[in-house]
Design a protein around this ligand. Structure first.
Ligand SMILES: Cc1cc2nc3c(=O)[nH]c(=O)nc-3n(C[C@H](O)[C@H](O)[C@H](O)COP(=O)(O)O)c2cc1C
Length: 199
């Protein structure tokens, strides 16, 4: 191959690679239609921010960490007093722990530890995986453990494919005095649609 043809070949290869890489980075997207290609808007708030999340297999944790990086808020993991084992999460088994809890309106799995000085926070992001279309019952435990009156709550979730659906609105009665934002299901690491809800 001559140098000229080698040069053209390299340019085409790089262009194709670049397109593929962009498509890959953008494939996860999210419900809010974020492209993943734009810079997040500047954060214009003096609010004290808490990012509380529950995550068994680290998907929601990844999103929570992205929010923390962009807001410099405080990260808090909702840790169950009794950890969920793989068998507990085996949703194909109708009798697994997660399924039993989701089917029990009164289930409130215990949390280990607590948020220090929750009164200092103005904005609380709450993240969870979708379990059978809803938030895991431990999120209800969390919300019912504190007084969120006057605080802004921004819910977010991850899932295999389900949308946020009614999972967030069904949480409202567990923190009735809060200012609830719509939140979003996040797939990938672009959290700008959530950050925008702070103001
Ligand atoms: C018990 C159980 C029920 C689930 N139900 C759904 C569901 O209804 N829809 C869905 O898209 N994904 C469902 N998933 C998949 C999780 O929502 C998804 O893997 C999520 O990102 C896990 O988050 P995590 O890694 O933070 O725990 C379910 C997972 C489990 C363990």
């Amino acid at each position: 191959m001559t140098k000229k043809f080698l040069g053209i070949f390299l340019v085409i290869a790089m262009a194709l690679f670049g397109l593929t890489a962009c498509a890959g980075g953008n494939s996860e997207g999210n419900d809010a239609g974020d492209s993943g290609l734009t810079d997040p808007p500047p954060l214009t708030t003096d609010a004290e921010i808490l990012i509380a999340y529950f995550s068994c297999t680290k998907n929601t944790e990844g999103v929570a960490k992205s929010i923390q990086e962009q807001t410099e808020g405080t990260l808090y993991e909702i840790v169950p007093a009794v950890a969920y084992t793989t068998a507990d999460l085996a949703y194909n088994n109708s009798d697994c722990r997660a399924n039993r809890e989701q089917n029990d309106a009164s289930a409130r799995p215990e949390i280990s530890g607590s948020v220090e000085n929750i009164e200092q926070y103005d904005v609380v992001f709450i993240g969870y995986p979708i379990w059978w279309g809803q938030a895991p019952k431990i999120i209800y435990t969390f919300l019912e453990s504190y007084d969120f009156s006057g605080k802004t709550i921004i819910p977010f979730c991850t899932s295999g494919s389900s949308s946020m659906g009614t999972s967030a609105t069904n949480l409202h009665t567990s923190a009735p005095g809060a200012i609830w934002k719509s939140g979003a299901r996040i797939s990938g690491s672009n959290v700008s649609s959530l950050i925008a809800q702070i103001n």
